[in-house]
Design a protein around this ligand. Structure first.
Ligand SMILES: [Zn+2]
Length: 254
């Protein structure tokens, strides 16, 4: 009798492991596959050579295979998921095969949210996206309208999803401090910090066209400057030549 109970018990464990693992496989993969038409309108993509264009699409699809993208109390279209993947690939494109090591899931909210992740009511709902901590560890949270706006409006200098992925890159060395040490040669760290300081001073006196939110701290400065750098590279080079050169160096876009 005891043998029968033991066998049933073992069978139950095997079944549970099998059930969990097969279900996990279903959730991990996004059914969506990005095609050329989905990325052809993206300026960053348009500026790549033919081989890199192929690799870009491959990296976008690899991201979609690895990272869960979940809609929270809203619906999302395939293109929204593709936008998330594009935003992840752009800043790390020069670092072939690099994956966001701690990211597991991206949560998409129906609107801007507050610190309590509420998307209704007017109280302090000014968050467009953030990198989760605590129970939201390994997750990124994005507002759907902010995600879409980053791609629908080409003429601005902002892209919320790129901003959040740049925070992840910045924090990959253990410190989200505006100095992405995993990308930077040590000799550039001090000049980079000096340059951030100078540029933030210009913001204080309103002598800068960089999003004033960058004045919050060095990490926010790096994230908003990166949005501008990837969204409007020519204007950024024209207005901030020194910063442009340094960011080319950081993101190896040259
Ligand atoms: Zn930020």
């Amino acid at each position: 009798m005891q043998i029968v109970i033991t066998l049933i018990f073992i069978a139950a464990i095997i079944y549970s492991v099998w059930f969990l693992s097969t279900n996990k496989k279903v959730t991990v993969k996004n059914a969506v596959v990005a095609a050329e038409k989905d990325v052809s309108g993206i300026l960053f993509y348009q500026r790549l050579n033919e081989d890199d264009k192929k690799r870009f699409l491959k990296e976008v699809n690899s991201f979609l295979q690895r990272i869960i993208i979940t809609a929270i109390n809203t619906s999302i279209a395939d293109i929204d998921k593709i936008y998330v993947a594009i935003s992840a690939v752009i800043p790390m494109f020069a670092f072939e095969g690099w994956e966001y090591p701690h990211l597991e899931e991206v949560l998409i909210y129906n609107d801007h949210f507050n610190m309590g992740f509420e998307t209704e009511g007017n109280e302090d709902r000014n968050i467009l996206g953030l990198v989760g901590t605590g129970v939201y560890k390994n997750k990124m949270l994005l507002s759907k309208p902010a995600l879409q706006e980053g791609f629908n409006t080409n003429a601005d200098k902002s892209n919320t999803a790129i901003h959040e992925f740049v925070h992840l890159i910045d924090g990959a060395d253990g410190d989200t401090d505006g100095v992405p040490e995993i990308l930077m040669d040590k000799k550039y760290v001090l000049p980079w910090m000096d340059l951030i300081h100078t540029e933030m001073e210009k913001m204080k006196d309103s002598h800068s066209d960089i999003n004033p939110y960058g004045y919050t701290n060095k990490s926010e400065f790096f994230a908003v400057a990166a949005e501008y750098f990837f969204e409007r590279p020519e204007l950024f080079e024209d207005k901030h030549p020194e910063l442009y050169k340094m960011m080319q160096q950081i993101f190896k876009t040259k």
